[in-house]
Design a protein around this ligand. Sequence first.
Ligand code: UDP
Ligand code: MG
Length: 306
Amino acid sequence: MDKISIIVPCFNEEDVVSMFYQETTKQLHRIPDIDYELLFINDGSKDHTASVLKELAEKDSHCFYFTFSRNFGKEAAMFAGLEKATGDYVVIMDADLQHPPRLLPDMYHACKYEGYDCAAGKRVDRTGEGRLRNFLSHSFYKVIQKLTKMDMDDGAGDFRMMSRQMVDAILELKEYNRYMKGLFSFVGFDTKWIEFHNVQRAAGNSKWNFSKLFAYAMEGMFSFSTAPIVWIGNIGTAIMFLSILMTLFGLLVHVTSMFHLVCLILFLSGLQMLFVAILGQYTTKDYMESKQRPIYIVKETSKNLS
Ligand code: UDP
Ligand code: MG
């Protein structure tokens, strides 16, 4: 009998966790001949998520929780879930019911009987989201697709069922700076896309704000692409050629202007600062990796720590 593990990162989700549990359990019961486990990763919630999860774990032997010692972020929570999952198929789902549990039977069918390693939900619209966020997200994915040459589609989130083989491949990637959408794409495997319409969060608030989203976008960019470094080289070379041409021009025509010189110096130093900042992105990533810090720390769990 196959076992399905459902990983649920939770950060201040007291309003919605019980609803999630009920709906997901209902959908799992539609799949014949399976066992399942629900692994709630409590990512340092400050509300009563921990006590709600404790109650669920006491009531239902399919439910387990892992409470982090602080908020480590959704990426860390997903990684913890993948490490703790014991199922033959593993699903990652948001707690707020924005990832419709009704897709679970179709996902299982795709993985089990249609020969796919992964069945992933793909959101076909972004109704209900702010226009600006919509536009920025869309542009970000366009840029990142071009830069990284990897398949990271707008609308393709973390909601997916994966085979044990694919999960093990992702667990091999132990980098500290994690960007799961990139990692899914990096490990490859055959993915079936199952489309769904955007749904509003069932309760509670989104944990993302613009600065968090911007940081996340940068993570994706710098973790998966070295293209900016190539740009630096190209622009630097172009500037060098330009300065040589200008010197030659200066030899032919008499030009003296202090103002122009100051402008040039300012322009070049500004450019250099920008380049140093880009380079800095890569060195800080390397710095964090070299520390080999744990990706998360579990403070309390309903399962024996392995
Ligand atoms: N989440 C988390 N840690 C965080 C932020 C979010 O575990 O630091 C979880 C959150 O509880 C939810 C999922 O990640 O289950 C998606 O978060 P949210 O719904 O706030 O994001 P959005 O749907 O607005 O992109
Ligand atoms: Mg959400």
